[in-house]
Design a protein around this ligand. Structure first.
Ligand code: ADE
Ligand code: ZN
Length: 356
C-alpha cells in the first residue's frame, strides 16, 4: 500500500513554494564543498548534520542552516546547488518552485569575497541547465534576515532590508519575484518592516514573510495587515486565534505549510497534533512544502506521504493540495495552465485505476 501511495504521490504534478536553497544541498555535495574549502574546518560539522533528526528549537536549527550557507562560496557552487535541486524536482515531479535565498548573508557575512553578479551568474546558470535537462521552472525569493534589524535594546534599523530590496530589483530579469522575511520571529515582529514591504509591492514584488512559526498569532496578523503578505510562510500558529483563521480563509491568503520542519524544531510533538488538517477544514488555503529538506531529512513527496497517512487523505485530497500549490504560486501562466491540465489527467487516471 505504502509503495503504491509513494508512486502515486511521485506521479502527481506538484509545485513547491517554500524551500531554502541553502537547505537543499545534498549531503554528498555538502561534504564535497566542505572538503573543497577545507581551510574552514567544516567537514566534521557537515558529517554530523546527517545524523541529527531533532533540533532543540529554531536557534539550534539556524546554526546548522548557517553552516550550509557557509558552503556556497562561488558562482559555480550556487549553480551546482540549483542544478541539483532541479534534479530533485524532476525526481519528484515538481514542475515549478519558488526558492528562498539568504542573499544578504552570502554577500556580507562569512568573508566569502562574493559579489552580487557572482550570485546571479550562478543562480542563472543552474536554473537554465535545470530547465534544459529536467524541464523544471524555478523563481527566487530574496530573504530579509529579520533579527539583524534590531539592536540589543530592540531599536529597529531598516538598512539591511533596503539593501535586500535593491538586490531584488537588480535580479528581476533573473527571476526574483518576491521578498521574504526569515529567521527567529521572537523579538523581531513584522510591523517595522512595513515601509520596505510596501515599497517592494509597489515595485511588483510579492510579500512572502515567515510568520506564525516561532511566534504566535500576533506575528501572522502583522504579516497580513502591515506587510500585505501574499502568502504566509508557515503560519501554522494562526490556529491559536479563531478570528485569524477566519480572516485567512476569507481573504484567501494561502499558508506555505512545512510539517516535518515544524516537528523537527519542536513546534508540535507529532503530526497528529499538527494543525494542517484543522486549518484546511476551516477553509484556509494550504500548500505542502519541505522548507530545508536536506537539513530536516525529508522531501516534498515525503511530506505528502506523511500527511496522507496521518489524516487519511484520498487521491482527490492530494490533487487539491497539488492544485493549491499552483494556484497559490506566481508561476508563469503557460506553466500553470499545463500543470493544472496534468493534475486533471492524474485524477482521471488514478480514478480509472481505482475502479478496475
Ligand atoms: N530559514 C530557513 N528555514 C527557516 C525557518 N524554518 N524559519 C525561519 N527562517 C528560516
Ligand atoms: Zn522557511
Amino acid at each position: 500500500m505504502t509503495n503504491q501511495l509513494k508512486r502515486l504521490i511521485r506521479s502527481l504534478p506538484k509545485a513547491e513554494l517554500h524551500i531554502h536553497l541553502e537547505g537543499t544541498i545534498r549531503t554528498e555535495t555538502a561534504i564535497a564543498l566542505a572538503q573543497k574549502y577545507s581551510h574552514l574546518g567544516l567537514i566534521d560539522a557537515v558529517k554530523k548534520l546527517k545524523g541529527i533528526d531533532t533540533f532543540t528549537g529554531i536557534e539550534d536549527f539556524l546554526a546548522y542552516y548557517q553552516l550550509c550557507m557557509k558552503l556556497l562560496r562561488s558562482a559555480d557552487d550556487f549553480a551546482l546547488a540549483v542544478y541539483e535541486y532541479g534534479q530533485a524536482m524532476f525526481a519528484q515531479n515538481i514542475l515549478y518552485s519558488e526558492v528562498h535565498i539568504s542573499v544578504y548573508q552570502h554577500l556580507h557575512l562569512f568573508q566569502k569575497g562574493l559579489n552580487l553578479s557572482d550570485i546571479f551568474n550562478g543562480l542563472e546558470k543552474g536554473r537554465q541547465k535545470a530547465h534544459d535537462d529536467f524541464g523544471v521552472c524555478i523563481q527566487w525569493i530574496f530573504g530579509i534576515p529579520r533579527r539583524r534589524h534590531f539592536n540589543s535594546d530592540g531599536i529597529f534599523n531598516p538598512e539591511i532590508a533596503v539593501t535586500v530590496l535593491e538586490y531584488a530589483v537588480q535580479g528581476k530579469e533573473c527571476g526574483v519575484i518576491g521578498i521574504g522575511l526569515g529567521g527567529n520571529e521572537v523579538n523581531a515582529p513584522p510591523e517595522p518592516f512595513e515601509r520596505v514591504f510596501k515599497k517592494a509591492k509597489e515595485m511588483g514584488f510579492k510579500a512572502l514573510p515567515h510568520a506564525g512559526e516561532t511566534d504566535g498569532a500576533s506575528s501572522v496578523w502583522g504579516a497580513l495587515n502591515e506587510l500585505q503578505a501574499d502568502r504566509i510562510c508557515h503560519g501554522v500558529r494562526a490556529i491559536e486565534d479563531e478570528k485569524l483563521v477566519r480572516t485567512l480563509a476569507e481573504r484567501k491568503v494561502p499558508l506555505d505549510i512545512c510539517p516535518t520542519s515544524n516537528l523537527r524544531i519542536n513546534l508540535y510533538p507529532s503530526l497528529r497534533e499538527h494543525p494542517f488538517s484543522e486549518l484546511e477544514q476551516a477553509g484556509v488555503i494550504v500548500t505542502i512544502n519541505s522548507d530545508d529538506p536536506s537539513i530536516f531529512g525529508t522531501t516534498l513527496c515525503d511530506e505528502y506521504l506523511a500527511l496522507a497517512k496521518e489524516f487519511d487523505y484520498s487521491n482527490k485530497d492530494l490533487a487539491r493540495f497539488a492544485r493549491n500549490s499552483f494556484e497559490a504560486s506566481f508561476v508563469p501562466n503557460r506553466v500553470k495552465k499545463t500543470a493544472l491540465q496534468k493534475i486533471v489527467l492524474w485524477e482521471k487516471e488514478t480514478h480509472r485505476k481505482e475502479r478496475k
